[in-house]
Ligand binder design. Sequence first.
Ligand code: PEP
Length: 263
Amino acid sequence: LVSREHHPERSVVDVAGVPIGPDNFTVIAGPCAVESAEQTAAAAELAMRAGATLLRGGAYKPRTSPYAFQGLGERGLRILAEVRAETGLPIVTEVVDADDVDVVAEHADMLQIGTRNMQNFALLQAAGAVGKPVLLKRGMNATIEEWLLAAEYIAQRGNLNIVLCERGIRTFEKATRNTLDISAVPVAQYLSHLPVIIDPSHSGGRRELVLPLSRAAVVAGADGVIVDVHPAPETAKCDGPQALVGADTDELADSMARLAEFM
Ligand code: PEP
């Protein structure tokens, strides 16, 4: 269902009126985690400065350590909905458990499936059935074929509104958090009609890599980027070192707009 054999034309996915797909380079930005109403509102301001038309933010956080901040859960979803009402930015947020799909879908405009859950087949099926667009991150240990088969689980439930997100894979390299597989962009677009975006924040793991990796995404033909921003990354409860701050966001907006002219 997600292959180009089945559907030769590349698809555009509509997220509450925001298109993601060919001819629509989309910036999604926001805090890694929703920490408070104030922090999320301030991050949404930064997201808009970065040129974002969709707001990201995790209310349920799939952390490697059980001792790390796990997210605000439903309270976080309500904060996101309030910030959407104030800013008009539709919301992309992660769901980590099949039992939470309904409550997340009640508040979110797009459901995110994270790298650690790419092969959580019950979650994929539940997300596919609920009728909201899905952002499917590539598993950090998954091949492109496995990633597309994961998308197939969602599509089989009657939902073809899926955006693929390359977010870095595990390699021997330790200089970055994960290795951004930029070749996954054209390969996935060649094999599948679904839009493909990249996450320069979770792949690079450091704010100074976000701009160069985002530029690489545009030039490789990606359909967008999803970027972490935070008003005070030194106090962030999650992934502060990779969040863009202040003037970084202007630079991202400017750079994406200028590069888009050449594409
Ligand atoms: C995220 O985007 O908040 C996240 C946890 O990303 P990933 O699943 O790619 O690690």
